[in-house]
Design a protein around this ligand. Structure first.
Ligand code: GAL
Length: 434
């Protein structure tokens, strides 16, 4: 029997960030083979692949496991080594990855978001062109052209996408909504209408809107910017055509401040699964989260319609706030053949169907059969085809990592009482100026 190894993982939870940094200062070069159990019956494995993600636990790990199951079938002679680092949205993983890349200790492949985040790695010369693999694996026409554009620089393609997620989704508990004297089937055309409902939920003694640590607050912020500004001006935030100092942005930040006033006070010690759990448990009515949340509801055995409902963040109907995960071939990967095997599975129809069914996302490939997916995912497939697509901020599509980090720092300072709204806006203006 083959035994799957795990690269020495960092402790889960928010302490992971500091532990991650501590690990890096030790060189971040833990021997990936050191946790191989004694007597590992591994003789048949010809090579291995360390796969670096932040899908370390819960429903995200189940998604990774589903992909690994296909990988094991397709590449029985390549041993999967799990290099996952806990922390939603890569909140700890991305710093650790950067340290490893700078120390010439890359994993064999790593998760990176399509768009500006990937461009960071490309510009730093940290990832190889995999255009030849697109030809070898027959992927040239498998993905939507504009997705491939986000993976391409100067005609070279730098990663293979595994999935497409939607960020602008509200997840809600219909029982809590009813017990607050509201109609669970009501729809809200604007943030203002939704805030009236949130007032009622709060008056009924529930948390109206659950949120977690900084990155989830930035996630909420991006959807509110989108709702208030509309897709065109939202896009303009990233290309310079919308002024961060404008009155429109001030109004959006005021809406964010109001949204935060409805949230749970323990938020900074939580990660996304905890905030979603508050909706599942009937503590909170609403949670804004990407559609990896649907996988958490499914994992918990919750039924759509009775246990949970979902709708686009009010004010963002007809807009699909997009992000995609993809996998790279790092420069200097110790096991490039293992990495290529992994990339083949990631791009394959079988891999994409198995992974996305478990992950809540939709396949990046255009040839998957929509009827294989959940009702929620079918709505996402339709929206992705019909809606206006915009790029997620919190998930690497819209900005380079440094800009996102500056926005995250400003947001955290604001939501922990470290400054007023004018200071927050001034810091966002400064972040945009670089
Ligand atoms: C996103 C990632 C998703 C999901 C989420 C929560 O950045 O693209 O796949 O894992 O973070 O951790």
């Amino acid at each position: 029997m083959r035994i799957r190894r795990t690269r020495p993982a960092l402790a889960a939870g928010l302490v992971a960030a500091s532990l991650a940094l501590a690990a890096c200062s030790n060189g971040g070069s833990a021997d990936p083979t050191s946790s191989a159990p004694a007597g590992d019956d591994d003789a048949a494995a010809q090579t291995e692949v360390e796969v670096f993600t932040w899908w370390a636990s819960g429903s995200e790990k189940l998604g990774l496991d589903a992909l690994v199951a296909v990988f094991d079938e397709q590449h029985p002679n390549v041993e999967f080594v799990n290099g996952a680092v806990a922390g939603g949205a890569g909140s700890a993983a991305k710093d650790l990855l950067q340290s490893r890349l700078q120390a010439n200790d890359p994993p064999d492949t790593f998760q990176a978001h399509a768009g500006a985040e990937l461009t960071d790695y490309i510009n730093a010369g940290q990832v190889e062109d995999v255009a030849d693999l697109y030809v070898e694996f027959g992927l040239r026409d498998a993905f939507p052209a504009d997705l491939v554009d986000r993976l391409t620089v100067d005609g070279k393609i730098y990663s293979i996408p595994s999935n497409i997620h939607r960020a602008n989704v509200v997840w809600a508990n219909p029982t809590v909504i009813s017990e607050s004297g509201l109609d669970p089937e009501a729809s809200y055309a604007s943030l203002d209408e939704w805030f009236e409902a949130l007032d009622k939920v709060q008056d009924a003694g529930f948390t109206a809107l659950s949120v977690a640590t900084t990155w989830t607050q930035v996630h909420l912020l991006e959807t509110i910017l989108l709702a208030e500004l509309g897709p065109e001006a939202y896009n303009g935030l990233w290309d310079g055509s919308t002024d961060w100092a404008s009155a429109e942005v001030t109004a959006a930040l005021e809406a964010f401040e109001k949204a935060m006033s409805y949230t749970n006070t323990d938020r900074d010690g939580l990660d996304w699964p905890d905030a979603t759990q508050q909706v599942m448990d009937g503590q909170a009515a609403f949670n804004v989260m990407g559609d990896w949340a649907v996988a958490a509801f499914e994992e918990a055995g919750k039924a759509e319609g009775t246990d949970y409902i979902y709708f686009p963040v009010p004010g963002t109907h007809g807009v699909f706030d997009f992000l995609a995960d993809s996998f790279t071939l790092p420069v200097g990967a110790p096991h490039p053949d293992g990495a290529k095997a992994w990339l083949e599975t990631v791009g394959s129809l079988e891999g994409q169907v198995a992974f996305n069914k478990a992950k809540g996302s939709i396949p990046a490939r255009t040839d998957a059969d929509p009827t294989e997916f959940s009702p929620y995912q079918q709505t996402a497939i339709t929206s992705f085809a019909e809606d206006t697509i915009v790029s997620s901020l919190a998930h690497g599509a819209a900005t380079p990592i440094a800009w996102l980090n500056a926005i995250s720092d400003a947001t955290s300072k604001f939501t922990t009482g470290g400054g007023d709204l004018a200071t927050f806006q001034a810091e966002l203006v400064a972040a945009a100026a670089g």
